[in-house]
Design a protein around this ligand. Structure first.
Ligand code: SF4
Length: 454
């Protein structure tokens, strides 16, 4: 289904849309307050953007440097060309260690590769340990936001879900009680796990270490208790030097949730004695995106989610309406690169207001890339007949000033004299939720001419 059709489903529950919109706008405002407290915030964004551009221009060099340093630290490095290879590599490591239970901290890459269903099909239990992720896992739903995966669920819905799956008592959505119960449930899973899988926020080329940011400490807990730690990363996660973390860590948490820093910024450099550490570096379409000059900057993304929190479309249509692993504005420029036909509606899920580009900590020109994708989609993907014809007619009208004047005059006349029940009929989708503007007597040209005469 196209984004607009999926959004219409989410929009049926008006109270939820309202609450979803306000909740995300609250996070956006926290981001603003937090960012404004940092002197030189714009310089930090410029640095981050320049560092990422440098990484992408020298990706081969940095990847090799990272691999060599990680190997020196005693880490096994694997390379995966696509999702299938990534899943096979992870599975083979788990099989080698006879692992039956895995705990996983939040990783959008493993979502992208559909690792959970793959491992479950091979009789391996995978437990997502980030609370939001665990909630959507129990609900058998994908995350709807990259930082706040269960933002589409109310606390009352979580209450019912926990009663069903964890045997909790009804609490009327008491967050403290529900969190304490989730903690007990997850602690048991941590203690019984044979391996831990984490994502990677930053991979440092000059040390070979990786940094994982969480608020719940679940990445640390998993990796420190299990005998095998597998860190899965997209190949664009590199930064050249450890000192650059000072820039990215300051930007990431403030942009994501308005916190000055995530509660845990965990550095994993080498395996502890008696344990193994593996890093899987994944391409899965990133090289192709890198080769698209207009879209390569989308690989700067540090997955803070700020563009989602600010986007008027995302806030009112919900993450699931994008039908993609990464929703929102950044997802709408990443997904068409993977499957243009399937995701052809996403670049249109935007007002092109540019708010996403304004908040992006690594200065991705998101709204410009959305506009570029629109041009490609209209050329390469068959468009609905009505839309095609309406746009063609509009183009002709806008290109001819006399015709434009005539159509304007006729439309104003019709709007003035047509009965309301006809104007607000089923054919007028725009008028379903809004009133059309009051029709004035003159258009601008006529008003201007009269004014000149005076
Ligand atoms: S595109 Fe920018 S704002 Fe959006 S998630 Fe990525 S880094 Fe954050």
């Amino acid at each position: 289904m196209a984004h607009a059709d999926e959004a219409a489903i989410f929009n049926k529950n008006e109270a939820k849309v309202d609450w979803h919109d306000k909740a995300l706008w609250f996070v956006r405002q926290k981001r603003d307050k937090s960012a404004h407290k940092v002197k030189g915030w714009e310089e930090l964004r410029n640095y981050a953007s320049a560092i990422k551009a440098n990484v992408l221009s020298n990706l081969d060099t940095y990847l090799i440097q990272f691999e060599e340093n990680a190997q020196k630290n005693g880490v096994t490095v694997h390379w995966a060309a696509d999702a299938e290879e990534h899943n096979k590599i992870v599975h083979s490591i788990l099989v080698k260690h006879d692992v039956k239970k895995v705990v996983k901290s939040k990783s959008m890459l493993t979502e992208e590769c559909h690792l959970n269903p793959y491992l479950e099909a091979h009789n391996i239990e995978v437990i997502d340990t980030d609370l939001g992720e665990r909630i959507v896992q129990l609900a058998q739903e994908p995350p709807s936001h990259i930082v706040l995966p269960a933002i589409h669920k109310t606390k009352e819905e979580v209450d019912v879900l926990f009663q069903e799956h964890l045997g909790t008592k009804p609490s009327n959505g008491d967050p403290q009680y529900l969190t304490a119960e989730a903690r007990k449930h997850l602690r048991d899973k941590f203690l019984k796990a044979d391996a831990a899988i984490t994502g990677v926020n930053f991979a440092v080329a000059n040390t070979g270490g990786v940094v994982v940011c969480t608020n719940e400490g679940n990445a640390d807990m998993g990796a420190h208790l299990a005998k095998v730690h597998i860190a899965c990363m997209g190949m664009e996660k590199l930064i050249p030097e450890e000192k650059h973390l000072g820039i990215f860590l300051r930007l990431l948490a403030r942009s994501a949730t308005g916190q000055p820093i995530t509660t845990y910024s965990s550095h994993f450099n080498k395996p502890a004695e008696g344990t193994e550490m593996h890093i899987v570096i994944v391409d899965n379409g990133r090289t192709e995106q890198l080769s698209r000059e207009d879209f390569r900057a989308s690989l700067h993304c540090i997955r803070c989610g700020a563009c989602m929190n600010t986007c008027p479309i995302y806030r009112r249509s919900g993450g699931h309406s994008y039908n993609a692993t990464i929703p929102g504005p950044i997802g709408s420029i990443l997904s068409p690169g993977k499957d243009l036909t399937k995701h052809s509606s996403l670049p249109f899920a935007s007002t092109l207001c540019g708010s996403c580009s304004d908040v992006c900590p690594v200065k991705i020109n998101i709204h410009e890339q959305l506009y570029k994708w629109r041009q490609i989609v209209t050329k390469d993907v068959p468009q609905p007949v009505v839309k095609k014809n309406v746009l063609k007619m509009s183009g002709n009208v806008l290109a001819n000033s006399k015709l434009y004047g005539f159509v304007g005059k006729s439309s104003r006349f019709m709007l003035k004299h047509t009965p309301k029940f006809l104007i607000y009929s089923k054919l007028n989708a725009w008028g379903k939720a809004r009133d059309l503007p009051e029709v004035k007597g003159d258009n601008f040209e006529e008003w201007y001419k009269k004014r000149q005469k005076k």
